[in-house]
Design a protein around this ligand. Structure first.
Ligand code: I3S
Length: 132
């Protein structure tokens, strides 16, 4: 292997704007879904959802929201990812991410191509961590 694992894990895997909502907080189902479009970063086995920001949604990849603060940080170690069952949302292209601490998130993008790249990247992130 060319790079030591410490080196590899620091790499930025992916960043972009996604729709997301938290549905379960450490085993406790939240009463209401609050979808928001927000800047999302996958890096070093951690998925970070930044606070909802119209600027980040509009700016897309060209304008990372420097002043935005993380809202949810999901450790992918021990997490699982699947396509959300239809009863979880009426939206299309919805992924469901479950963290090891029993929290759940829905992740959505209208573009099937874009959500597929996130599916692959997050899935690979989970795989890499399970190999340690
Ligand atoms: O599970 P629900 O209640 O159908 O989720 C919907 C609500 O969160 C809704 O908010 P309001 O109750 O304020 O209208 C959202 O606008 C919808 O997007 C949620 O359903 P979908 O199917 O889009 O996840």
């Amino acid at each position: 292997q060319a790079n030591p694992p410490e080196e590899k894990i620091k790499t930025l895997d992916k960043a972009g704007v996604l729709h997301r909502t938290k549905t379960v907080d450490k085993g406790k189902r939240l009463r209401k879904k609050h979808w928001s479009a927000s800047w999302t970063v996958l890096e070093g086995g951690i998925l970070t959802f930044f606070k909802d920001s119209k600027a980040s949604a509009a700016g897309g990849l060209r304008q990372p929201p420097k002043l935005s603060t993380p809202e949810y940080t999901v450790d992918l170690r021990g997490a699982s990812l699947s396509w959300a069952p239809k009863d979880k949302s009426s939206r299309k292209n919805v992924l469901e991410l479950r963290s090891r601490d029993g929290s759940e998130y829905l992740i959505q993008h209208d573009s099937e191509a874009i959500i597929s790249t996130w599916h692959k990247a997050i899935g690979e992130g989970i795989q890499e961590l399970s190999a340690d």
